[in-house]
Design a protein around this ligand. Structure first.
Ligand code: CLR
Length: 483
């Protein structure tokens, strides 16, 4: 018998307070215990990029794979054909700078307002970093095939957790995109989806993203508030992520959890993700409440643990989820519920299925900012992309190439250019105002503000123009943001 932590405590879950406390399961306790026995040495293996040994180690744990196992999984994704992409980026130079010397005067400041050299960056923009959430997009293909909506929710939940796997060793700061910077990622040829994102606001920084798969569509607006508290940096993401399966109309939304970057003063930076996440299916009222446990030195909880319960619109529990954001998520359907002698309901579940399992890092990842195969591919130079694409951003390219001094000089010039453009816009707006004309507001190129039908509120939605313009190579509406 396996018991799950109390999901109803300190949460705004839809469950009644005395429900969903204890679960029984038919899986053998041995198997579960073994799968949870992930040790520091395995972490080190991953850190060293000894992916092969990690893989066999996890195989010994008797993983039960989802029904995806028939498809080949090579590197970053479930690929079918597709063109050849790079599997390396230049090695990270071994230049050490003291982070604290840049951060000590910035306590209480927003991360985007702390002037920092590229030395603490990773060679990807925030536009690319957020699109990396698609690393395990095959889970969405799986979800799309699902007949049962509660099970579909379990897949969606596993997908939202999988987005955090990249944060385990990735402590570089992504480039803050310039206003109007874009990133397209066309993976129709192998992964079956393509996406476009754009920096739509500079103060505060905000980006909008839109991705289309074969039987699903996902979009979001991403902003964050960062609180730098001295020893740690806390990132509170704002904005809402949407996911729709057009064939059935199931429309999901969720907000991301809090990310904390620890050891800013001394020691090695490390990341934790924690808090509550509620996923709603607006089509039928299903919910999934996920709890990402915060790391605590004193807690017996497994680090990086995530647990969840899927409930229907009446609040009846349907599925339970358990796992960690860096390794895997399992889900089990609740098949039976009865009152225990203590008066609390006991759930009996069917077998645990693996909904998501992390892929090992590519060989040499530790010398390449711990990038996954997908991350390596994101900034590969590509013909035909918009002139505002992150791949063309010169300081980021210099940095990727290991020319950090030059990158830092170019970064200063780019930011100056951005400031000049902003001043000009402000002057034009002033002039317009003086002449009694309407204020000339900054408008993104590929997104426009729209009222959201399910959440109310206004958000940036894709204007459906990018891929057509790309086909015609018509970039006349793009701002000139680089040098
Ligand atoms: C150098 C130090 C001071 C700062 C480094 C901060 C880095 C590690 C932080 C800043 C913003 C953070 C990101 C904010 C939001 C998301 C979206 C989520 O779905 C996955 C994690 C992800 C992608 C975070 C990863 C870690 C992150 C990139």
């Amino acid at each position: 018998m396996e018991s799950y932590p109390d999901m109803s405590s300190e949460s705004d879950s839809e469950m009644s307070p005395n429900e969903a406390r204890v679960y029984t399961t038919k899986t053998s306790p041995k198997r579960v215990a073994a799968s949870h026995r992930r040790t520091a040495s395995q972490d080190k293996l991953r850190a060293l990029g000894k992916s092969a040994s990690l893989d066999s180690a996890s195989q010994q744990h008797g993983q039960q794979h989802g029904s995806d196992s028939s498809l080949s999984t090579i590197g970053g994704g479930t690929r079918q054909g597709g063109r050849k992409r790079r599997n390396k980026i230049p090695e990270k130079p071994n230049i050490s700078l003291n982070l604290w010397s840049f951060m000590k005067n910035a306590i209480g400041k927003e991360l985007s307002k702390i002037p920092m050299p590229v030395n603490f960056n990773e060679p990807l923009s925030m536009l690319q970093r957020i699109m990396e959430e698609m690393e395990y997009s095959e889970i969405l293909d799986q979800a799309a095939r699902c007949q049962d909506s509660a099970e579909q929710m379990a897949w969606v939940a596993a997908f939202t957790v999988s987005a955090y796997a990249t944060t385990l060793f990735r402590v570089g700061k992504p480039f803050n995109p310039l206003l109007g910077e874009t990133f397209e990622f066309d993976r129709m040829d192998d992964l079956g989806w393509r996406g476009i994102s754009e920096q739509v606001s500079h103060h505060p920084p905000a980006l909008a993203m839109h991705i289309e798969g074969k039987d699903w569509m996902t979009w979001q607006e991403f902003t964050m508030t960062t609180k730098f508290r001295g020893r740690y940096l806390q990132i509170v993401p704002m904005g809402i992520a949407h996911l729709v399966f057009p064939k059935t109309g199931h429309h999901y939304t969720w907000r991301k959890v809090v990310t904390t970057v620890n050891n800013v003063i001394v020691g090695n930076l490390w990341v934790d993700n924690h808090g509550e996440m509620e996923i709603t299916n607006h089509h039928n009222g299903d919910k999934c409440h996920l709890k990402y446990s915060a790391y605590s030195y004193f807690s017996r909880d497994e680090p990086r643990k995530v647990t969840g319960v899927v409930t229907d619109k009446e609040g009846a529990a349907k599925w339970v989820l358990t796992g960690t954001w860096d390794q895997k998520m399992e889900a089990a359907q609740i098949v039976h519920k009865e009152e225990s002698n203590k008066g609390k309901p006991v759930f009996e579940t069917g077998p645990h299925r693996t909904m998501w399992k992390v892929r090992p890092p590519p060989p040499g990842a530790e010398k390449m900012y711990f990038f996954s195969q997908l991350a390596i591919e994101m900034n590969e130079a590509e013909d035909g992309v918009a002139p505002t694409d992150s791949r063309l951003r010169p300081d980021q390219r210099c940095m990727e190439d290991g020319r950090w001094d030059e990158a830092n000089r170019v970064k200063v010039r780019l930011e100056e250019k951005q400031r000049e453009a902003r001043k000009l816009r402000e002057a034009q707006a002033e002039k317009a105002k003086a002449e009694g004309r309407e204020l000339a507001q900054y408008k993104p190129t590929w997104f426009r503000k729209e009222r959201c039908s399910v959440m109310g509120g206004v958000m940036h939605r894709y204007n459906k123009l990018y891929w057509d313009c790309k086909a015609r190579q018509d970039w006349s509406s793009c701002p000139d943001i680089y040098l």
